[in-house]
Design a protein around this ligand. Structure first.
Ligand code: FES
Ligand code: FES
Length: 155
C-alpha cells in the first residue's frame, strides 16, 4: 500500500504493509524521535498528534493516517529552537535516559493546551498513560509546572 502523510509540516510519501502501524511507518522513515516501548498502548513513548488528537502511534494503522497531519515531539520546535516544554524538562532535571521524554512532552503539550495552569492532580492524570522507569516522576511533574509557568508568562 502507499499514500501520503504530512509529518511536522512536510509531506511524506509512504509505502507500507496493511498491518503496519503509524509507529512502524514513522520510525522506518527516519522519525526515530517517536519511541517504541511496549507496542501495546501501555507506555506512552510513541505518543504523537494525529491532526489535533493525541494518540499512541503503535495503536493506529498507518492506513488510518493517510492524508492527515502528524506532529511528533520534534515538530513542536519553534523556529529551530526547542519548545518551552522541551526546555522545561531539561531545566527541571526531568530527563535521565530520555526514552520516555518525547512521549511525556507530547502528553504535556496536550495537557497544557486543555488546562494551561493544571493542578498537581491534573498533571498526574494527564500523564497517567506515560511510563518512566528512571525518574520517579517527581521531576517530571516539576517540569510540567515549569513549562506551564513559562508558557503562561511568555505565551
Ligand atoms: S509503544 Fe505505543 S504505547 Fe508503548
Ligand atoms: S527518563 Fe528514562 S524512562 Fe523516563
Amino acid at each position: 500500500m502507499n499514500g501520503t502523510i504530512t509529518v511536522n509540516g512536510t509531506e511524506m510519501k509512504i509505502d507500507f504493509d496493511p498491518i503496519d502501524t503509524l509507529l512502524d511507518v514513522l520510525r522506518n522513515n527516519g522519525h526515530t524521535e517517536v519511541k517504541r516501548g511496549c507496542s501495546k498502548g501501555e507506555c506512552g513513548t510513541c505518543l504523537i498528534l494525529l491532526d489535533d488528537l493525541l494518540v499512541n502511534s503503535c495503536q493506529v494503522f498507518a492506513a488510518t493516517a493517510l492524508g492527515k497531519r502528524v506532529t511528533t515531539s520534534t515538530g513542536l520546535n519553534e523556529d529551530g529552537r526547542p519548545h518551552t516544554i522541551h526546555e522545561a524538562f531539561a531545566d527541571a532535571g526531568a530527563v535521565q535516559c530520555g526514552f520516555c521524554t518525547p512521549g511525556m512532552v507530547m502528553a504535556t503539550h496536550s495537557l497544557l493546551r486543555e488546562s494551561p495552569d493544571p493542578t498537581e492532580e491534573e498533571i498526574r492524570a494527564g500523564l497517567v498513560g506515560n511510563l518512566c522507569r528512571c525518574t520517579g516522576y517527581v521531576k517530571i511533574i516539576d517540569a510540567v509546572k515549569l513549562a506551564s509557568k513559562r508558557m503562561r508568562e511568555h505565551g
